[in-house]
Design a protein. Sequence first.
Length: 391
Amino acid sequence: MVLSARATTAKASVDIVTTFLARIQELADDPDALDLTFGNPHEMPLPGLSAALKAQLEPQSVDWFAYKTSEREAQEAVAAGLRAELGLDFGPDDIAMTQGAFGAMSLAFALLADAGDEVVIPVPGWFCYEPMLFAADLVPVRAPLAEGSFDLDVDAIARAITPRTRIVIVNSPANPTGRVYPKSSWDALADVLEAASQRHGRRIWILSDEPYRRIRFDGVGFASPVASYPWTAIDYSYAKVLLAPGQRLGYLALSPLLSARDRDELQAAFMPLGLAIGWGFPDAIMQYATPALEALSLDIPELTRKRDRMYGALTDAGFEITRPEGTFYLWGRAPGGDGAAFCDALAARGVYLMPGTLFDQPHHFRVSLTATMEMIDQSLPHILEVGSQLR
Ligand code: PLP
């Protein structure tokens, strides 16, 4: 056995996803497959994205492709965006540029947590929290979201907290449910975390995982826990809003409400820890392009139409669907209650959805709305037919 125990545990915790991914990749050769699984693009990239990258390709100095940490102009563009979006006084030094949200989360773990510390994660939630925590020698502790509504369940988080808890990960807009949580949820969570931090004599942090922050429907507002609790770090990625997850760009942002002492200590550790986790900084071109990328977005009105088409057709047919307020996913209960059986029956017809088992929710399924409208229209009759067979 060559794998470390840590690697074995991390691998096992995500085996169900990697096995599913391998199966889906086999479809790549089938031009008729309707793949509504992962949040991958199914149309040509945004023209503005390639223009922004091309504009930075030609070297303008000898150090154009030298080692890059966090580039000042990228940090300034991010801070300006955050000030406008969240109404707090973020400065460029509050921002560490990273390789997407993945990179920002790894940096947060390295900055804040010691081996064996516990990190509370939402269930259902993104399937990479657990393997990332295992790989960082941290201990995931699951806190269920409210049954049925998938609201943030602050009491469940309170019950999950122990003297070893160091971080609570929250995710809004939430993958896979599409829920967006209101400020009142964050205020309640802040009270619980403040009391628990006092009780245990150790500060508990919030890591607010916000890669879908700009992808919301129907004018739903966005509240970040950063405004409710100073010991909050935000991780963000441009992969979702640009629908280009193969180009790695994101950041970790500290709350401007932190004390100057805590802020200074963390800021001074951004570069050394970015280096220590394996040069976790984005590539030069992505950083130079950040000011231009800040202004770009996938087509939200078109995404809304896709959400409406899928949500309308499924609810009209009697499916129990959580109405997505944000993200590009749609989350529902499988007719008959067996998510895997439902997805297998659809796969036999060449329509691929993600079974809820990947999120520890065997009764559910997830649809990625990054599919084209044509794919959605072609898949719907199959989904409805299989649904009525299994109901
Ligand atoms: N957090 C959530 C909830 C996600 O769904 C994802 C990607 O699917 C990530 C973080 C990681 O994002 P990225 O690949 O852009 O780093």
